[in-house]
Design a protein around this ligand. Structure first.
Ligand SMILES: [Zn+2]
Length: 297
């Protein structure tokens, strides 16, 4: 049986098992949700729409991350309310994962609550230049690494090089062995528009560094596929394979003079067609690698 036939058979089976009502419910998840990470007693994922961030409740206050309020300030009000439902502690920090507005815009309610904003130094440089009216400037910056200790909790912030952006901080809770990494490790899905300003060669090195770190669970910046799951080291390995395969495939075509149109219109990566977003995201992947191998950028 071909791969496509398997996919169709699998989808049919899933629909039959779930029943029509459950299937409809799955298609329209609630607008937001707060979930405690299994195996921890103080690490939470706040999801609003299709973006999410981590927050950590410590004995001396709350560490929040990306406000995820681009074009929807109500998401951030909800985020603060959701934190208050699980902790009466003050919100001490907001850590930005990287500089993209879809993740960091809208932080004013956190600022009003007295939080200190932290980001990679390159993120602050960009934000100072752009003066986005909806994005709070970081109060403090990180160069290569910083450890935040608050009450009984330690959170490590590490810059592991260029990848999806030039300002990505990976956040690791060493005791809980949990990572929060945004956009440079999509879980079970093909990276799409986010390829546009990425650094594809260095990205691969960045993923290899993530594999050497000590962790068990990865919280991605968008719900993992399928079902909003968290990520594992296998997901990192799979993504590395995807980037390497996409890069090699486009490189061969680009050096034969096939960028942009023939590659963007005709090249496929069927090994990955079962990944979420394959059809819509693939053109962005091909365009980025055409930029690299067919243009030199
Ligand atoms: Zn991004």
């Amino acid at each position: 049986m071909s791969r496509v036939s398997y996919a169709i058979a699998g989808a049919g089976l899933a629909a039959a098992c779930l029943g029509a009502a459950a299937y409809a419910q799955q298609a329209a998840p609630p607008p937001f949700a707060t979930t405690k990470v299994d195996g921890t007693d103080n690490v939470y994922v706040f999801r609003y729409g299709n973006a999410q961030s981590m927050f950590v409740v410590t004995s001396a206050g709350v560490i929040a991350t990306d406000p995820i309020g681009y074009g929807r300030p109500q998401a951030v009000v909800t985020y603060v309310d959701e934190i208050k439902k699980v902790s009466s502690q003050p919100i001490k920090y907001v850590i930005y994962s990287h500089h993209h507005f879809d993740h960091i815009a809208g932080g004013k309610p956190f600022k009003d609550a007295g939080a200190t904003f932290v980001a990679h130094k390159r993120a602050r440089e960009r934000l100072v230049a752009l003066k986005d009216p909806h994005t709070v400037l970081p109060d403090e910056t990180v160069d290569s690494a910083r450890t935040i200790t608050l009450g009984d909790t330690t959170l490590e912030l590490t810059y592991i090089g260029l990848n999806h952006s030039d300002s990505s901080l990976i956040m690791r809770l060493p005791k809980q062995k949990v990572l929060f990494a945004v956009d440079f490790i999509p879980v079970g899905s093909v990276p799409g528009r986010g390829m546009i300003d990425s650094y594809p060669i260095e990205w691969e090195d960045s993923l290899k560094k993530v594999q050497t770190m000590d962790w068990d669970k990865l919280i991605p910046g968008h719900p993992g596929a399928p079902g909003g799951r968290l990520g594992t080291k296998q997901d990192v390995q799979n993504l590395l394979g995807f980037l390497q395969d996409a890069s090699a495939a486009v490189k061969a075509e680009a050096q034969a003079g096939k960028c942009w149109d023939p590659v963007e219109k005709e090249l496929k990566l069927p090994k990955y067609e079962s990944w979420a977003g394959y059809e819509t995201a693939l053109p962005f992947v091909l365009r980025r690698y055409c930029g690299l191998w067919g243009r030199g950028t």
